[in-house]
Design a protein around this ligand. Structure first.
Ligand SMILES: NC(=O)c1ccc[n+]([C@@H]2O[C@H](COP(=O)([O-])OP(=O)(O)OC[C@H]3O[C@@H](n4cnc5c(N)ncnc54)[C@H](OP(=O)(O)O)[C@@H]3O)[C@@H](O)[C@H]2O)c1
Length: 303
């Protein structure tokens, strides 16, 4: 009998790694999750699904090397500077450390989750340019690799501060301006499919998105899901003038770098139907959407 493959997933207690680990597990694969704290609520939930835990820290190279032993395929993702957990330089160091350790451990295949704005020249935003550097490093290594570049997550719109609970949702696009987004469940299942088929995807860089969404689309879908009108408006000029980070991001949405260039029909031919915003709101997005809608705080931070 052929021995089953072993997949090592980084960031498995987080959004992307969690979605990939779940998708691999649902396919019946053997999954090992690299976690900082095996006793954390999220790590224990992984173990309950039959995912093996290997404890380490991305700041501890030796722990990454130990985790790689006996591994066939790796899903690599790191946090970035907006999280406050790492600097841009540390993100690059961690991304390179995972890839270098995979080479040293004779891992067969690595999938690196980058970002939609990466690999298209310098953007001037550290947490995008860090990903271009990691991509470049991986391309130079003697290992089969695929780079996936996810668009903004639909889940990101439910962060506090966007105004869902005030009846006025505020985000990057103008009313008629499209921006690509993807649901985490699609991101998980597509990365899992790629991890299971290096013969088909090694050497590629794939832009991942589920739908191009305008401000008006958000207004319609959110109003329908809420059962009452939610008005849409773009971040105000006043807010953007006072928030350099949001202003730069908005400029990159406007000049197309963050708006997304994924070929969604081609992705659907390759990987099957992608979740639309409306479908996501009726499924995995429903509970977090309802929670964001009913959030008690006076939520005007970003307007
Ligand atoms: N938000 C978006 O729309 C979007 C779109 C495209 C790309 N991205 C990129 O996605 C990345 C973040 O992915 P995510 O949202 O899945 O992250 P996340 O939900 O914040 O999860 C981060 C994961 O990394 C783990 N981690 C953090 N520091 C660690 C360390 N020192 N050692 C080991 N593990 C560590 C965390 O473990 P613990 O449970 O121990 O904390 C957690 O599992 C960023 O690089 C971001 O730029 C985001």
């Amino acid at each position: 009998m052929q021995q089953s493959l072993e997949f090592l997933v980084f960031g498995a207690t987080g959004q992307q790694g969690g979605a990939v680990a779940r998708a691999l597990k649902a396919r019946g694969e053997t999954v090992r999750a690299f976690v900082r704290d095996a006793q954390s609520h999220k790590a224990r939930a992984l173990a309950e699904q039959g995912i093996k835990l290997v404890v380490g820290d991305l700041f501890d190279r030796a722990s990454i090397e130990r985790a790689m032993q006996g591994v066939d395929r790796v899903f690599s993702v790191q946090t970035s500077s907006p999280s406050g957990l790492v600097s841009d330089e540390q993100e690059v160091m961690q991304g390179k450390a995972i890839a270098d350790s995979a080479v040293a451990a004779n891992v067969e295949f690595i999938v690196y989750s980058s970002g939609g704005a990466a690999g298209k020249g310098l953007t001037g935003m550290g947490h995008f340019d860090s990903k271009s550097q990691i991509e470049e490093h991986i391309r130079g290594l003697p290992i089969a690799a695929t780079i996936t570049r996810p668009a903004s997550f639909m889940e990101m719109m439910l962060l506090p501060g966007m105004g869902l609970n005030t009846g006025v949702f505020t985000f990057f696009m103008h009313r008629d301006q499209p921006m690509q987004m993807i649901a985490l469940n699609d991101l998980g299942r597509i990365n899992a499919e790629i991890l299971c088929h290096p013969e088909r995807y090694a050497g590629q860089a794939l832009e991942l998105s589920g739908q191009s969404i305008t401000g008006k689309d958000l207004e319609c879908a959110f109003s329908l899901a809420a059962g009452h009108p939610i008005r849409y408006q773009r971040f105000s000029e006043e807010l953007l003038a006072g928030n350099v980070f949001l202003r730069k991001l908005t400029e990159l949405v406007d000049n197309g770098v963050v708006a997304g260039i994924a070929d969604i029909p081609a992705l659907e031919r390759e990987f099957g139907p992608m979740l639309t915003l409306k479908e996501w709101l009726a499924g995995a997005g429903k509970a977090p959407f309802d929670a964001a809608l009913n959030m008690a705080t006076a939520d005007i931070a970003l307007r």
